[in-house]
Design a protein around this ligand. Structure first.
Ligand SMILES: *Cc1c(COP(=O)(O)O)cnc(C)c1O
Length: 418
């Protein structure tokens, strides 16, 4: 791809120093996109993006997000610990978890994070554990299907998350009794949405709900959290979401629904992960084996344990052969990893230039939910993460695992400790 953030020469140089496979992230792209997101919502004085840590839980990535003025969205104990270590404090942390263990609630409370309750029953649990803070948020699930322009975008009725509508009204009253003063409403109703409608349609529903909750309970609605779900164009030819336009459309419904109710102080929050990182990271692997049976296979030194999305969701990731971007795509390959699972295929029947052993294979748009979804099946080791900095230098931000890391939780003679 001509628009790829690193040239063939540079990538070759990086791969000489750092063995494949590795993830490579593009600081310049991350920052430019981050600035655009801020511009899109600059009309809302309280706006904040809480980067969804689970997308790319690396402290050096979180540092960039912090530097851009964002907070973090956490859903587990270790994500809270990461945020704390990077220096996110208090309301810079959103805690949007589910099936939340006591110790997670306790750490979130200790850090002063804004707690976004996933369920009605969590009100009493949190109250018993540490009391109800003055600012609290509740996650909403409207049930049914989520529709925009007659197309079904997702199926909240089947999703495990959130309060029902009735539970929200009862829940707000109970939280008020327990001392809550400022409320947030959160919903995540569709994932990886393409097009620009998702946030505006969701915002309208949540703004109307905010008005009703305010009217019926008198609660002060401090923020509406649109959460994640803004997609990226994984397939060639797909159009990227126009975040500036999305911001304008959300503003329109804000002025239509909230402002006339005297609720023009409601802050807009987002918790994007994919949109903030996916296009600005790739998995770089080497072609190490080829086989010619009923189909043509190219075997990589990376596998689904390094990037699970294709195996797990049948997700499409663009693939290029570094240095061969302008050659004709006249060979049909399955690009595979070495797991003993036949779904370990990064691409099926993909047309690519002729691949030689040793070629660097770039799997694009892997900057979110890539390394973070890695695992150790078949005893495969998780790869390094590298950051291509704005000045062109490369920083190792996570080393590759070694066998000793894999065996670290076993105490058994003959297995390496270091
Ligand atoms: C996963 C998740 C996000 C981020 O979603 P993206 O689709 O990556 O933007 C945000 N909030 C919550 C609660 C999530 O679970």
């Amino acid at each position: 791809m001509s628009d790829f953030f690193v040239s063939h020469e540079k990538l070759k140089e990086i791969a000489e120093k750092y063995p494949t496979p590795f993830y490579l992230y593009d600081e310049k792209g991350i920052r430019e996109n981050a600035k655009k997101v801020k511009r899109a919502f600059a009309w809302n004085p309280g706006y904040r993006e809480y980067f969804a840590v689970k997308a790319t839980p690396n402290p050096y990535i979180l540092e960039i997000m912090k530097d851009e003025g964002f907070g973090t969205d956490c859903s587990s104990l270790t994500e809270l610990m990461l945020s704390d270590a990077v220096g996110f404090h208090g309301e810079e942390i959103m805690f949007s978890s589910n099936e939340t263990p006591d110790e997670d609630f306790l750490l979130a409370h200790k850090l002063g994070a804004t707690i976004n309750l996933d369920d009605f029953t969590h009100i009493e649990i949190l109250n018993r554990l540490c009391g109800i803070p003055e600012t609290i948020s509740c996650r909403y699930n409207p049930g049914g299907v989520f529709q925009a322009s007659n197309a079904i975008m997702d199926n909240p009725g089947d999703a495990k998350y959130g309060f029902t509508r009735e539970q929200l009204f009862v829940g707000f009253r109970r939280l008020q009794q327990l001392g809550a003063k400022h409320f947030g409403i959160h919903a995540f109703l569709a994932s990886n949405t393409t097009g620009n409608e998702y946030y505006p349609v969701l915002a309208k529903q949540l703004f109307q709900l905010a008005v009703e909750l305010h009217r019926e309970t008198g609660a002060h609605i401090a923020f509406v959290n649109l959460s994640g779900g803004v997609g990226v164009p994984y397939r060639p030819g797909q159009k990227p979401a126009d975040i500036l336009r999305i911001g304008r459309e959300v503003r329109k419904v804000y002025e239509e629904v909230l402002v006339p109710e005297g609720m023009g102080d409601v802050k807009i929050f987002t918790e994007m992960g994919r949109f903030m990182m996916a296009p600005y990271g790739c998995l770089v692997a080497r072609a190490i084996r080829e086989k010619h049976i009923y189909k043509e296979y190219i075997g990589l030194d990376a596998c689904a344990a390094n990037l699970m999305r294709p195996a797990m969701y049948g997700a499409y990731h663009r693939i290029t052969v570094s240095g061969k971007e302008n050659l004709p795509c006249d060979h049909k390959y399955d690009i595979v990893g070495g797991l003993c699972e036949n779904n370990d295929k990064f691409a099926i029947d993909r047309m690519l230039p002729k691949i030689e052993m040793g070629d660097l294979i770039v799997i694009h748009d892997a900057g979110a939910h890539g390394h973070s979804m890695g695992y150790n099946y078949n005893g495969k080791l998780r790869s390094a993460e590298l950051l291509l900095k704005e000045d062109g230098s490369v920083k190792l931000i996570r080393r590759a695992e070694t066998p000793a890391d894999y065996f670290a939780t076993l105490d058994y003679p003959g297995l390496p400790k270091r």
